[in-house]
Design a protein around this ligand. Structure first.
Ligand SMILES: NC(=O)c1ccc[n+]([C@@H]2O[C@H](COP(=O)([O-])OP(=O)(O)OC[C@H]3O[C@@H](n4cnc5c(N)ncnc54)[C@H](O)[C@@H]3O)[C@@H](O)[C@H]2O)c1
Ligand SMILES: O=C(O)CC[C@@H](O)C(=O)O
Length: 529
């Protein structure tokens, strides 16, 4: 029987043609994504689901998706798909990482001009017959400072356009290497510097726990008077209530938003302010971008459904059916080691060395390396996948070194060690897979430890001094954070120590700060796997 694909959002017709050409039955219902009950009712009939942003692929939808093998997102952000739930069900989730980048960057630039010259209000006034020539005094953008938060695919294109418009472009992005910044003609700065200097601030990061509310009330208060803010990335990056207050007080001169905390945005704190320009998540809406992403997603989904080939999957590496069972536990290990490193580093990565010792070195280590790199980059980049991770790393000037050698430690049949060098420091983490098939962390920065990887953990490095463990455990206990497992290690008595603790719930930031303030503590990181 031919595979069946449901298109539940407004994709270009080009996708329908590709699916049909490839022998796939297509049901194209462009408005279905807005009706979650109807979607839940029929999803069980389909092998593939092609979407944009209106369809929310929740765990409830996935529960009903008894035949679903692949979700294809015609676009970049997959935040409308419950990836862990899809992965748990073995559903591949693919995106099209570059197809709408130029279009979205152009929308940000369009919004910047709309703000600088108040074009929407001037248009409405003129068409109402008011001819209010003195009301709409604009600002030039030439020689103004454009502050870019997140200088990845889209941010870089905005940067190039900004430079072309004779603006002074500064960027805050912990992942931007000085070399890449130089290439783009951008000054790499810290966030506070950007806030203090920018005349226009434009956001181009994914929405992650680190970027959520990056323009909080506190950070917005650090901006220059007269700043204009543009958000074409994701709702939730900016505190909308706080921004409204600063617009009302006149501190912020304008805001242009394409994305909102709640979408569809039927009401919003920003609405109704004369210096606010809004569009309904139109960043990717050009015929060129929509054609690109629709063609690409249909090709990728067809390849998977008809030939089993996987590309641009955000939750699975490209491997064949024979290799899969042997590789799977080591893929999980490599990804977890990478994720640990990605969560603890806080400056630009220069080099990653992955050493495979023992039996694991005989496997297809490219897939393992890709998983490790994806794990490192995922806390920082929008939906990087195992296929694109090595290329993304290379494009960012990160050197990847793979070493494969015989087992050096007789205790382990297989050992993977990941060493990440940043422009400020070097971190290493080693792990293995035990007979239960589960990943174990066995060393951090050459200090031996033995810890299973759990969904929520807290990592502490400290001086090995009496009293620390008691104080640390009490702080967690007093905050009602239950400790599930507690692993400790040290290099020598009185030297450097580490703790890797599995906890039963999120560790509030206030508690992390209290731990940081304990005597002898060097680093504290809440980790999510
Ligand atoms: N409005 C739209 O229709 C539309 C269209 C396309 C993409 N988007 C959104 O735009 C965003 C960016 O897309 P992209 O393709 O450029 O992604 P990308 O992964 O190429 O770039 C994201 C950049 O953000 C940086 N970053 C991550 N965490 C950061 C932090 N804490 N502080 C500063 N920088 C940080 C990363 O280092 C990276 O360079 C995504 O959220 C995407 O979904 C919106
Ligand atoms: O599909 C759209 O219109 C929006 C896409 C955009 O948010 C993305 O992340 O690619």
């Amino acid at each position: 029987m031919a595979p069946r694909v449901l298109i539940s959002d407004a994709l270009s017709e080009a996708a329908v043609a590709i699916f049909k050409e490839r022998g796939i039955e297509v049901d194209f219902q462009p408005d279905l994504g807005k009706d979650k009950d109807k979607l839940a009712e029929i999803i069980g009939q389909f092998d593939g689901l092609a979407i944009r942003s209106a369809t929310k692929v929740t765990d409830k939808i996935l529960e009903k998706a008894t035949n679903l093998k692949v979700v294809g997102r015609a676009g970049i952000g997959v935040d409308n798909v419950d990836i862990p739930a899809a992965t748990a069900k073995g559903v591949i989730v693919m995106n099209t990482p570059f197809g709408n980048s130029i279009t979205t960057a152009e929308h940000a630039i369009a919004l910047m001009f709309a703000l600088a010259r108040q074009i929407p209000s001037a248009d409405a006034s003129t068409q109402a017959g008011k001819w209010e020539k003195n009301k709409f005094m604009g600002v030039e953008i030439t020689a103004k400072v454009l502050g870019i938060i997140g200088c990845g695919n889209i941010g870089s294109i905005v940067a190039e356009r900004g430079v072309g418009l004779k603006m002074r472009v500064i960027a805050f992005d912990p992942f931007l290497t000085p070399e890449r910044a130089l290439d783009l003609g951008v000054e790499k700065v810290e966030l506070d510097d950007l806030l203090a200097r920018a005349d226009f601030i434009t956001l181009h990061t994914p929405l992650t726990p680190q970027t959520k509310n990056i323009l909080s009330a506190e950070n917005l208060a650090k901006t220059k008077k007269g700043v204009r803010v543009i958000n074409c990335a994701r709702g939730g990056l900016v505190d909308e209530e706080a921004l409204r207050k600063l617009l009302d007080s006149g501190h912020v001169a304008g805001a242009a938003f394409d994305v909102f905390i709640t979408e569809p945005a039927k009401e919003n704190p920003l609405f109704g302010h004369p210096n606010v320009v809004c569009t309904p998540h139109l960043g990717a809406s050009t015929s060129e971008a929509q054609e690109n992403v629709a063609l690409q997603v249909a090709e990728q989904m067809s390849d998977y459904l008809t030939r089993g080939a996987i590309s641009n999957a955000v939750n699975f590496p490209s491997i064949t059916a024979e290799e899969a069972p042997k590789l799977k536990p080591f893929i999980a290990l490599a990804e977890k080691l990478g994720s640990f490193a990605g969560q603890v580093i806080d400056s630009a990565i220069k080099k990653v060395t992955i050493t495979y010792e023992g039996e694991v070195g005989q496997l297809k280590i490219k897939a393992l390396t890709a998983s490790a790199i994806a794990g490192i980059l995922r806390p920082l980049l929008a939906d990087v996948n195992v296929v694109s991770a090595p290329a993304v790393a290379k494009e960012r000037g990160i050197v990847i070194d793979e070493v494969s050698r015989a087992a050096a430690d007789a205790d382990y049949e297989s050992l993977i060690t990941l060493t990440v060098e940043t422009d400020k420091s070097s971190h290493s983490i080693a792990g293995t897979v035990f007979h239960d098939g589960k990943p174990r962390i066995i060393a951090i920065n050459d200090i031996k430890i033995d810890a299973a990887v759990a969904p929520v953990m807290i990592y502490v490095s400290n001086e090995d001094k009496p009293g620390f463990i008691g104080r640390f455990a009490s702080l967690l206990g007093n905050a009602s954070v239950n400790i599930a497992t507690f692993a400790l290690g040290r290099d020598r008595e009185g030297g450097s120590a580490i703790a890797l603790v599995e906890v039963d719930g999120a560790v509030p930031e206030s508690v992390q700060n209290e731990v940081k303030a304990l005597p002898g503590v060097k680093k504290v990181k809440a980790l999510a796997f």
